[in-house]
Design a protein around this ligand. Structure first.
Ligand code: BV8
Length: 242
């Protein structure tokens, strides 16, 4: 695995594949979340309007699993936190994931573009609050007191992802873009690699298998994230010390 020179500005995009070896289901594998649930019923604003209790149940079970004692960050999450801590240039980690495993590993410069499972948002006063319990249509917002107004602070299909300006800025300025554990099916995230390439970045894909990300990466390595990511991070750190 030969990696070229050192880099000044790094953007990393992660998807569900980086959390797979921590025991969190991905979406489009044969046993994936979208096999057991209809996206438009549980991951769209229309689905939430139609049956909020169903949507709350879908996210409550994922939140309970995430908070379970058997779920923890893995070597890939830890390696990215190490890269951020040692990199002397700029580093932005953009994740499509709604789990908190990057935070548990120590990542700081982190953008949850699809929101966070451990946060709720009030549809009445827009207050975002930590959420480590089940949400229900009976709940009241602690800030404005409205009943039945709490939803997961998560970006559903048809909703605008968070911090897109910050992401676009980082993509335009980066000289290394690394895509990890994503199938490249969901936009606008799936278009980030091409945007980075147009900005002149070297693009690298680390995935279990070839993804649908449009355009081609300068380099792709296939295998489990817990093997590939630490190896790539160690090479990048060693080269920066040369
Ligand atoms: C928006 C939260 C615009 C919910 C999610 C063209 C342009 C722009 C938009 C669109 C477009 N075409 C269609 C759209 C609309 C839509 C879209 O992209 N649809 C798709 C299905 C075609 N996009 C949107 O609606 C987005 N919003 O575009 O807004 C806009 C503009 C103006 C005004 C308003 C709006 C919002 C999309 C966000 C939806 N929410 N998540 C939840 O989590 O429940 S998306 C969901 O998919 C997850 O966030 C997930 O992260 C994401 C992507 O999936 P992946 O992470 O890639 O997971 P997947 O299972 O697919 O793949 C896993 C990969 O890992 C595989 O490749 C596998 O091989 C690999 N892997 C597995 N194990 C390992 C591994 N790799 C390494 N190691 C392992 N061990």
């Amino acid at each position: 695995m030969d990696l070229r020179s050192t880099y000044r500005s790094i953007v990393v995009l992660t998807g569900a594949g980086i959390s797979a070896e921590s025991g969190i289901q991905t979406f489009r594998a044969s046993d994936g979340l979208w096999e057991a649930h209809k996206i438009d019923e549980v991951a769209t604003p229309e689905g939430f309007k139609k049956d909020p209790a169903l949507v709350q149940r879908f996210y409550n079970s994922r939140r309970q699993q995430l908070l379970g004692s058997d779920i923890s960050e893995n070597a890939a999450h830890v390696a990215l936190a190490k890269l951020e801590a040692t990199h002397t240039g700029s580093f932005t980690l953009v994740t499509q994931n709604i789990d908190d495993l990057h935070e548990r590993a120590g990542s700081q410069s982190l953008v949850h573009m699809h929101g966070e499972l451990l946060k709720s948002r009030c549809t009445s006063c827009c207050t975002v609050a930590d959420c480590v319990k089940d949400l229900s249509v009976e709940d009241h917002c602690d800030h404005c007191g409205t009943q039945g107004s709490l939803r997961p602070h998560i970006v559903w299909f048809g909703e605008m992802p968070f911090e897109m300006d910050r992401i676009q800025q980082a993509l335009m300025q980066c000289d290394l873009f690394i895509s990890i554990g994503t199938s490249g099916n969901v936009y606008p995230a799936a278009g980030f690699a091409q945007q980075a390439a147009h900005a002149g970045a070297h693009t690298l894909q680390l995935n279990l298998e070839a993804s649908n990300t449009p355009g081609s990466f300068n380099q792709s390595f296939f295998g489990p994230a817990t093997e590939l990511v630490p190896e790539v991070v160690d090479k990048l750190i060693r080269q920066s010390e040369v």
